[in-house]
Design a protein around this ligand. Sequence first.
Ligand code: NAP
Length: 284
Amino acid sequence: MNAIWQIEGPRRALITGASGGIGEAFARILADEGWELALVARNEEQLHRVAGVLRAKYRIEAHVIALDLGRADAGQVLEEALKERGFAPDVVINNAGFGLCGAALELPVAEQLAMIDVNARALADLTLRFVPGMMARGRGGGVLNVASLAAFMPGPGMAVYFATKAFVLSFSEALAEELKDKGITISAFCPGPVRTSFLDRSGMRKVWMSRLLAPMKADKAAWAGWQGFKEGARVVVPGILGHLAVAGARILPRALMRKIAAFLLRPRKILERRRTRREDGETK
Ligand SMILES: NC(=O)c1ccc[n+]([C@@H]2O[C@H](COP(=O)([O-])OP(=O)(O)OC[C@H]3O[C@@H](n4cnc5c(N)ncnc54)[C@H](OP(=O)(O)O)[C@@H]3O)[C@@H](O)[C@H]2O)c1
């Protein structure tokens, strides 16, 4: 049993990637439950917008920490910033992350390494940095790590992103087992496509996957992740399509899953050509 759900006083959650998308949705859900929040991302203006809305609507305290989690010293900087504010997190939601579509050898190497830093390195750093404090305080709590359905298969066309999410899933599951009797929950949250700026930023909107798997709303995804975490689930997969994809990845031969993923991550060139022709026709 996790003690954190019985605590009546202030409960504190650190949410990374809270300047928009799923992170902002998590922030709204926790604010509605009365959690004091620390919101982290690079875009300070967006963080202040989110924090302002939460303070006004839910009357909670929301701290803003603008930080690039790709920095090697990000964990240390964040820990110090939280200490200054007297903020000891009971829960960490490691949600910050980004993806890049394209052939690994054609994408910029530096950006792909930065992806490993944010999606995997910073996530492991914050988990390992804040869990000992949670255990020492004896209030329970834990870490909700945002992985993806991508964690269950290799992703030709998005190779590094899929690999970072496989890391998140494997790391979270293993740590959950190590901590199983310690009153701390570690969950990996594995959504399929979600309607956020991720789809444009990563280029996923231009591949078959986002056409064939209808993206979920961010609020719905975050709600499913948070409920799963509260129930103590080690792996949380929202939606029927998500469950089918995971079942497929477990049953089908890996070689076939590679091919399916490669197809889903292919650019929708035919559709692009059709659209261009249509637009050309309209302008003639
Ligand atoms: N959308 C999907 O289809 C989908 C599916 C499965 C899993 N996910 C995962 O869900 C998580 C949230 O993504 P989202 O869909 O909500 O995308 P999003 O709207 O693009 O949000 C990503 C968040 O991560 C933050 N972030 C990115 N790079 C950062 C850095 N270097 N340092 C600090 N913060 C950084 C962004 O803030 P700043 O830009 O302000 O730094 C933003 O708040 C990611 O881990 C993603 O991999 C998304």
